[in-house]
Structures are given as structure tokens and as C-alpha cells.
Design a protein around this ligand. Sequence first.
Ligand SMILES: Nc1ncnc2c1ncn2[C@@H]1O[C@H](COP(=O)(O)OP(=O)(O)OP(=O)(O)O)[C@@H](O)[C@H]1O
Ligand SMILES: [Mg+2]
Length: 349
Amino acid sequence: MENPFKFGTIVDGKYFTDRTKELQYVQQILQSENHLVLISPRRFGKSSLVNKALEQTERKHIVINMQSVTSVQNFASRLMSALFRLYPVEKMKHLMTHFRVVPTISTNPMNGSVDVAFNPTMNTDVILEDAMELLQKVSTEKNRLIVVLDEFQEIEGIKNFDKQLRAIMQTQKHINYVFLGSQESMMESIFEKKKSPFYHFGQLMRLAKIPYEDFKLYISERLNPELAEDILAFTNCHPYYTQQIASQVWDLVNYEHETIDIIPKAIERLVTLHDLDFERLWLNFNKSDRRVLQELSQSNGTTPFADKTIPTSTTFSVLKKLMKQGYVIKTDQYEIEDPFFKRWVAEKG
Ligand SMILES: Nc1ncnc2c1ncn2[C@@H]1O[C@H](COP(=O)(O)OP(=O)(O)OP(=O)(O)O)[C@@H](O)[C@H]1O
Ligand SMILES: [Mg+2]
């Protein structure tokens, strides 16, 4: 028997649940001349959602993770390698006749992938323009290419890259760009701040957690409704952590034949597994961080700080910082992102 839960990578097929409305919305944008900006905290399911939408469209697409892009040249190289995967070498060579700077192109004999390298001393504007022009050349009105840029907020790490890229993108036609990002405040400032080059460049969409009833059904079919409720009470419907603990619970039931206290046992295992990381993390927080985290670890679904009239300005600034770092997320309330860390902090208190 195979564990029916999956966490950590893109999920698809039987591991993918709900997101019907979201998928429809993504499709709608991909069928228009518009671009999509998809924001959510880490591991809410952005990549899985977009992957599913791409599968459904059956259109040609490339995905670049901006986290691994080190320079403008490197971005251009990745873009081109991705295109070489989609189109025959001969066609690509033919399309590259306009190139002002000819890159070195080599085929990796192990996997057949094509590596493209630019001379790093060359003018980056020229390299980027030529590479981006290729996207335009392979796209047609009927068959628009989809370009997904994951962890797009990382663009801020390369000086002037946002301006350069936007200047080119705004002149392009028949390409759909999808920008994904998990650093919410950075993504907001890229796409919502008037002064930013990407101000209102695409349709903004925020991905929420998976709705309770749907997730409950998904888990119930693989375990049972009672366990499903207890799991969701612990994870508060966070997609990744829900799948993670459900997977552990499934193992306990099916391999270890546990029948009582299954959820507490699963939680304990996973908290223990991460104990060292949590300890290290905790040591790096200052006093006010710890106070806020401790307070959040005690809250159960209700707004924390409710017992005090209003959170103080220090609490707010701590929350803001912790959110930026990803330890705290704001849904309808502030919550510690990782329910296992939340439990660890609560036990410490
Ligand atoms: N539609 C879904 N149905 C069930 N589980 C899901 C769904 N979407 C996401 N998950 C769970 O969340 C995990 C993370 O999903 P995914 O990698 O798509 O998120 P992400 O937002 O792209 O994450 P990251 O911020 O790390 O890029 C998956 O491995 C899976 O366990
Ligand atoms: Mg992702």
C-alpha cells in the first residue's frame, strides 16, 4: 500500500484537491492577453496550482525559478536553455539570427539538455533584449507562450534588473507571464507600489489555504472523518503541514497499527524530528520576538492579543518582521506558520 499523502513537491493528480475556482481564474487570465501575479505564503500550493493550469492548457510554457538566477546573463541563459527544450535545435538556430552577441551553446551528452553561456563582460541590455526577443518569435496570437517566473521577488537582488525586464516585457505581445512569489510584502511592493516598474503589470491573485470542508473530505477518504477533523484542528488547513501530518498518521495506522492517541503521537514524532532546528531558530530570536511567538502559540483560532486592548506598536513591528521572515502568516488572524513549531513554542512556555 502506498501512502496517499504527499508533501514537499508539486502535487498533481490524486494528491491535488479543490482549487476549482482558482484554476478557473488562472485559466481565464491565461486565455487573455494579461499577466498573472500569484501571491501566498510559502507552501500554500502556488506551484501546484499553476502546474495544473499549465497541464490543462496544453500550451508551450517555460518555468524559471528566480531564486537560482545569479545575474542578468544567467537569466538569459536559463531562458534560452528552456526554449531549447521546447523547440528543435535547428529551429532555434534559425530564430537566433538576430543575435548581436552570440552565446556558446553546448549539448550535455548525459541528458541531452542544451547549455547556453554568454560572455559575462558583454552588455547585459543587449543580451537580455536578444534572449527576450526569442520568446516573442516563438509565440503567436493563436499559440501564446506562457512564461512562469517563480519566487519573482528575488529580482530585487539584481540591480536594475526589474527596470530592464519591464522595459522589454511591456513591448511584447502574445506572451502570458505568470509571476509567483511567497514573500508577500516584497511582491506587493513590486506590483502595487506606484513607483515600481512592475506597478499593476498583472492581475493580482492571492492564494488562500484549502477550504476546511474540502480538505476534510480529502483526508476522510484516505483515513476517516474523525482523524481528518483532528488533523485540520492542528494544522488549521495549511496545505503542506496538513499533508505532512496526514502522511505520518497514515503510517502510524497502516504500518504500526496504532489505534489510540494517533494524532498526538504523530505530532510528537514530527516535533521531535525538528527539535534541533526549532532550538536553533529560537536562539536566534530576540526577547520581543519570543514574547510575541509565545503569545501566538497560545492562541487557538481566535485573534491573539484579544485579552489586551490593542497590540502595541512594538508587537506590530515584531509581527511585521516575523511575517517578512515567514515565521508568522496572516490569514484571518496572525498565526505561527508552522504548527509544529507552534506546538514546540507552546510546550516551552
Ligand atoms: N491543491 C492541493 N491539494 C492538496 N495538497 C496541496 C495542494 N496544493 C499544495 N498542497 C500541499 O502543499 C505542498 C506545497 O505545495 P506547492 O509546492 O505547490 O506550494 P508553493 O506555494 O509553490 O510552495 P513554495 O512557497 O515552497 O514555492 C504540496 O507538496 C502539498 O503537500
Ligand atoms: Mg513553489
